[in-house]
Design a protein around this ligand. Structure first.
Ligand code: PRP
Length: 173
């Protein structure tokens, strides 16, 4: 392991929490086919594990999103780069994120998807960083709440690297 990484959540801790989340999410959607929406790219690993922890019927959808609010453009500049393949009208939907940070991406996604008429629209995020919020968003299920530190691994990147780590670590420059 690189000297710049300090493990925050081990693979075992993540697996245990994902199993709990899967049960909790199914309990909230009994007998419903759940449309699970993976927000690319960061949530791909979490989504793959989470859907195996949700008993019963699920559909998988993928949404590509580009966020520009880390740069010089105005806040809330989020754009869909790859839309869902299917309509979500009338469906029980779950947005899967790896992290909610400023909240700008999730705020945009909730507003954008809500108008498509889903039966329900809930949010699960592996990580929640409430100390950095710029806009209030409702996150229905949170894996772990974290302090305002830069984290990588289990889908989260630094310059596209580290996504393949099986754990979540703080990156110490
Ligand atoms: C990350 C993460 C969320 C967003 C959260 O995506 O996956 O989509 O940032 O940040 P926010 O709450 O401040 O809006 P990123 O833009 O890094 O893309 P990636 O998932 O492809 O790594």
């Amino acid at each position: 392991m690189s000297a710049n990484l300090r493990v925050l959540f081990s693979a075992e801790q993540i697996a245990a929490r994902v199993a709990e989340l899967g049960r909790e999410i199914r309990a909230a959607h009994p007998d419903q086919t759940l449309t699970v929406i993976c927000v690319l790219k960061g949530s791909s690993l979490f989504m793959a594990d989470l859907v195996r922890a949700i008993p019963g019927d699920v559909r998988l959808e993928f949404l590509g999103v580009a966020s520009y609010h880390g740069g010089t453009s105005s806040s809330g500049a989020v754009q869909i780069t790859q839309d869902l393949r299917a309509s979500i009208e009338g469906q029980a939907c779950l947005i899967v994120e790896d992290i909610v940070d400023t909240g700008l991406t999730m705020d945009y996604l909730l507003r954008t998807l809500a108008v498509r008429g889903p039966r329900s629209l809930r949010v699960v995020s592996l990580l929640d960083k409430p100390g950095n919020r710029e806009i209030e968003v409702a996150v229905d299920y949170v894996g772990f709440t974290i302090p305002d530190e830069f984290v990588v691994g289990y889908g989260l990147d630094l310059g596209e690297l580290y996504r393949n780590l099986p754990y979540v670590a703080v990156y110490v420059p």
